[in-house]
Design a protein around this ligand. Structure first.
Ligand SMILES: [Zn+2]
Length: 400
């Protein structure tokens, strides 16, 4: 079988070839030709002529009737070096196209002349995200979407660490992290964003250093504060998806009410000893947290805020599942855990799933909402750090 170069050599006398500089001049004229790039998707992704369209050589004969309906239209075909486009020009001519030409030297010639090139991702990004670009569900468009996305993480602790790590690695462009704590030695068994030499450092600063070192495409916005009715609108409004790694009732309810108000999906995770749970609260598509539990329990009935034991690897598993849900929500692909409560048991390595339903009587997302303002629930400790402070007389946020 002859090679594509041999075929090109045979057909070249029968086709018209044009020079790259002439194509560039004509594309800026009042009657620009249609520029069709016949290379493959990955070549296109690495850079292409602005205003060109992609129809790979292997598909052009089939695609022509739909994509190029006017046979008298002026069409310039190009590929990398002018070989594939010569063959494409001949094919189109045979199909009755009367004004097709192949650009001599192809995109290489174009680049050598220093003519304008459009690249959705830069060279470093094409390399960094190459394994994403190979997945049709992500691809160049999905990666661009991730780079433009903003995700807010409630807490840079056990769940926030792996979630933030993978979201940063995936190229989610902006990560907001809210955490008022500092790193302490007991965190290091599971909160993998932080390191031994950062004990005493604010967690948001430590997280920012780790994540921006992993991926310079990511901007980390740290909020060294606790979520309250005062600051929640200012913080939440800016983000596309929220990762809830909160360990206390006041934050969980406040976040729920704000997420319903702003219609922001919350990827909720929780862990205890060997058990973890994950679900997605997507306002008005699935239940919210208050559909399940209208009110927090009375503070005296709430589980103690004293440090609960947890297997160090467990938040790694649950937080990573949360990151996966976030990425699916951002890309609009797959089936997120909306209305599905996923339970993981680390002792026997089993997953169970419980269906969750919206409650028409829900006080925030129901038919007749009764809670229309934020509530700062009092009487709960906000975090184990605060509980420890109350019981030891230390400041809740020790000096660095
Ligand atoms: Zn609800």
């Amino acid at each position: 079988m002859p090679s594509i170069a041999q075929i090109a050599a045979q057909v070249r006398p029968f086709i018209t070839e044009v020079q790259a500089e002439d194509v560039d001049r004509e594309r800026r004229s009042p009657t620009p030709p249609r520029i069709v790039d016949v290379r493959e998707q990955h070549e296109w992704d690495a850079g292409h002529i602005p205003g060109a369209e992609l129809i790979p050589l292997g598909t052009i004969a089939q695609a022509a009737p739909q994509r190029l309906p006017r046979k008298d239209e002026k069409i310039v075909l190009h590929c990398a070096a002018g070989v594939r486009s010569a063959v494409a020009a001949y094919q189109l001519q045979e199909l009755g196209y009367s004004a097709v030409a192949s650009m001599a030297g192809g995109f290489s010639a174009w680049r050598e002349l220093g003519l304008e090139v459009e690249a959705p991702l830069n060279r470093d990004q094409l390399e960094r995200y190459s394994r994403h670009l190979l997945i049709p569900e992500v691809g160049i468009d999905g990666q661009q979407k991730l780079l433009r996305s903003k995700v807010l993480l409630i807490g840079a602790g056990g769940l926030g660490s792996p979630a933030a790590f993978y979201l940063a690695a995936a190229g989610v462009g902006t990560l907001g992290i809210i955490d008022s704590d500092v790193v302490d030695a007991t965190n290091l068994q599971r909160q993998i964003l932080h390191t031994s030499d950062r004990i005493g450092e604010p967690k948001v600063d430590s997280a920012k250093r780790t994540l921006e070192a992993l991926n310079p495409d990511v901007t980390v916005v740290g909020y060294r504060e606790r979520l309250t009715s005062e600051n929640i609108d200012r913080i939440v409004a800016d983000y596309d998806v929220i990762v809830d790694g909160a360990d206390n009732f006041p934050t969980r309810y406040l976040l729920n009410d704000a997420s319903v108000k702003w219609r922001k999906p919350v990827v909720h995770g929780s862990i205890y000893r060997f058990e973890g749970q994950v679900t997605v609260f997507k306002p008005f598509e699935g239940p919210c947290y208050r559909c399940l539990f209208h009110e927090p329990p009375p503070p005296e009935m709430a589980p103690s805020c004293a440090e609960a034991g947890v297997l160090g690897v467990l938040p790694g598993i649950i937080g990573t599942i949360q990151a996966n849900e976030v990425i699916k929500l951002l890309l609009g692909t797959g089936e997120p855990l909306v209305g599905r409560y996923l339970l993981f048991d680390a002792t026997d390595t089993t997953f169970r799933e419980v269906k969750l339903h919206r409650d028409p009587q829900c006080p925030v997302c129901g038919e007749h909402p009764t809670i229309t303002e934020y509530i700062d629930y009092e009487g709960f400790c906000a975090s184990p750090a605060e509980w420890r402070a109350e019981h030891s007389g230390e400041a809740a946020v020790p000096a660095r």
